[in-house]
Write a protein that binds this ligand. Structure first.
Ligand SMILES: [Fe+2]
Length: 200
């Protein structure tokens, strides 16, 4: 990736991701390829600087900056900063997702659903693994994959998230309670997203 500006870097990255989807569709193999490509973005992390994309201010848990969203709400790319100790309980995204670390450490706990889905509003999940996402690491999820996240570093995280569709369109996503089992839909449209620094 030879692009030297933020705009060109984002555009070039997304063009390459689109090529992968066109050639291979979205499956575990192509998501791994997109994840590998995304990991390369970390070489350009200085373009996504704190002056342009500041971490959350006093009392704020996280800052979400929209970098790109296609007209059909696809290829939604965000820069996300989350303060230490904060994160999200187990959830899915109802679309594919690729996350790459620029700064800070984010623990991802991976879960699988083990009930048959027959009881409305209830679910049983179990942990299948843990991975800490650090600078230059990437991780990819399919639409039904479940993960929970927590910033475990002393400083806030600075990560790039790319989704098959934007948060506003992830209306059927589910948050799980690992101890008690109930599930609830939580539309991502409730997330405070800063669109003022959009790149493309
Ligand atoms: Fe997530």
């Amino acid at each position: 990736m030879n692009a030297s500006t933020l705009e060109h870097t984002v555009e070039d990255f997304l063009d390459r991701v689109r090529s992968i989807e066109t050639d291979q569709g979205i499956n575990r193999g192509s998501l791994d390829a997109i994840g590998e490509l995304a990991a390369g973005l970390a070489q350009h992390k200085d373009l996504f600087d704190k002056e342009r994309f500041p971490p959350p201010g006093d009392g704020g848990r996280s800052a979400l900056y929209l970098l790109n969203e296609d007209d059909d709400h696809g290829y939604a790319m965000y820069l996300v900063c989350t303060q230490p100790g904060n994160g999200a309980p187990p959830h899915d995204h109802t679309t594919w997702a690729v996350i790459v670390g620029f700064e800070g450490d984010e623990e991802n706990v991976l879960w699988e659903r083990i009930d048959d889905g027959s009881a409305p509003g209830r679910a049983e999940i179990r942990e299948t693994g843990r991975v800490v996402l650090r600078e230059g690491d990437s991780i990819a999820f399919g639409p039904d994959d479940i993960h929970s996240i927590k910033t475990v570093s002393e400083g806030s995280t600075r990560h790039i998230h790319l989704y098959g569709k934007c948060f506003d369109q992830q209306t059927e996503r589910v948050f799980f309670n690992a101890e008690k089992g109930p599930v609830k839909n939580m539309p991502s449209g409730l997330l405070p997203i800063d669109v003022s620094r959009r790149v493309l």
